[in-house]
Design a protein around this ligand. Structure first.
Ligand code: NAD
Ligand code: GLY
Length: 359
């Protein structure tokens, strides 16, 4: 059965964007999106290899930059190379950049669009589950620098997001699990997601089940972004688990979604320790997160050096002020908060969480 197309709107202060969701929707959208302008495509080596005939057919006159796949390439050198390729291809202010790939391509492609000639039109085409439910929507763009994730970037809304679920057919299991990690994040923020996931933990490995949550995930995120585009308040809720996640991703070789699952697990335990998260609710949330972590393929973290991981979290200046570190944590159903802790408390609580959760 062909799934129906959904069209959502994101009315952010800086941009009104349409979000199209459906199987095969990209090919329907491309004729009008590419007509009459110079286009430039950023993708990565894996997506390009898998979808070469599509690129050849639909973007034969466009400029193209194929980024080597992987988070390690979300950096300044790649950004410089993309911008140089855009200049060389004769990209104009009236041109349009298509970022076709996972969150790495979306983040760096979106930043290139924001910077080139002070901003050209950008269309995000997220091809991973993670990018479809999270990074493709909301206009955060960035590269990593000096081992710190997303430290250089811009808020830059795409004009349109095309979420074509056909892309998910070629996604490796590990990447499906990563996208599931960000969907589990929504359970920490929203009672409906919490209920759906706690009642269906045995479905967490099913792509069909996860796919059925894409539109609601986007709806939830778009609402947050509309109310707080530049993350001065409410948008911080989307960072649950992320302070610890960003510290452990690079050192533990985790993908972002895997890191978010462990980050949420540890930070929920810390929030219970700090008396901020209701114990019973926190226990239920931990149950969902644990079920998600158990889905194959499992990552094999080694948290023996957790003090060093804590120090890494402190080095990420986005969440620290002096000796304080801030986490976004769930409090109870439908309620979250930011939790600012003395760094020593955080480091000790992290160690205790690893021990008590038997990680
Ligand atoms: P990714 O872009 O590295 O993609 C994961 C892997 O899947 C890559 O190897 C990629 O080549 C491959 N791939 C992509 N589409 C595919 C397809 N259809 N079939 C087969 N393989 C495919 O990583 P990701 O998990 O998509 O995104 C993680 C990145 O997103 C991180 O850099 C993270 O910081 C960022 N992020 C940004 C935001 C935001 O709001 N901007 C939110 C969450 C995460
Ligand atoms: N993924 C966090 C945000 O978009 O704000």
């Amino acid at each position: 059965m062909k799934e129906k197309t959904e069209i959502l709107e994101l009315n952010a202060p800086s941009m009104q964007a349409k979000i199209y969701i459906g199987a095969g929707i990209l090919k329907e959208r491309l004729p009008s999106l590419t007509a009459g302008r110079k286009c430039f495509v950023v993708t990565d080596t894996n997506v390009y290899a898998l979808y070469r005939p599509f690129f050849d057919e639909y973007f034969k006159d466009a400029g193209l930059f194929v980024l080597p796949a992987g988070e390690e390439n979300k950096n300044f050198q790649s950004l410089y190379a993309i911008l140089s390729a855009m200049a060389e291809a004769g990209v104009l202010r009236t041109s349009r950049l298509f970022a076709i790939g996972g969150g790495v391509v979306g983040d760096i492609g979106g930043l290139a669009a924001a910077l080139y000639m002070r901003g050209i039109s950008c269309v995000q085409v997220p091809t991973t589950l993670l990018a479809q439910v999270d990074s493709g929507v909301g206009g955060k763009t960035a590269v990593d620098l000096g081992g710190v994730k997303n430290i250089v970037g811009a808020f830059y809304q795409p004009e349109e997001v095309v979420v074509d679920t056909e892309f998910l057919k070629t996604l490796p299991l590990r990447e499906i699990k990563c996208g599931m990690g960000e969907i589990v994040k929504y359970a920490a923020l929203d009672g409906k997601f919490f209920k759906t996931l706690s009642e269906n933990t045995d479905e967490l490995s099913s792509l069909e089940f996860l796919q059925s949550l894409i539109a609601d995930s986007i709806r939830l995120k778009a609402g947050v972004v509309e109310r707080d585009e530049k993350e001065s308040g409410e948008r911080k809720c989307l960072n649950v688990g992320h302070t610890t996640s960003h510290a452990i991703e690079l050192t533990h070789g985790f993908s972002h979604g895997e890191g978010v699952l462990y980050g949420m697990l540890l930070e929920t335990h810390i929030a219970i320790q700090a008396g901020v998260c209701e114990k019973e609710y926190g226990g239920k949330l931990i149950k969902i997160i644990r079920a998600a972590i158990e889905v194959e393929p499992k990552s094999a973290p080694d948290f023996k050096n957790i003090k060093a991981d804590a120090a890494k979290a402190k080095a990420d200046k986005k969440n620290t002020r002096g000796d304080k570190i801030t986490l976004s944590v769930a409090k109870k159903q439908n309620e979250w908060t930011t939790l600012t802790l003395d760094f020593d408390f955080y480091a000790n609580a992290l160690e205790r969480a690893v021990k008590e959760l038997s990680l």
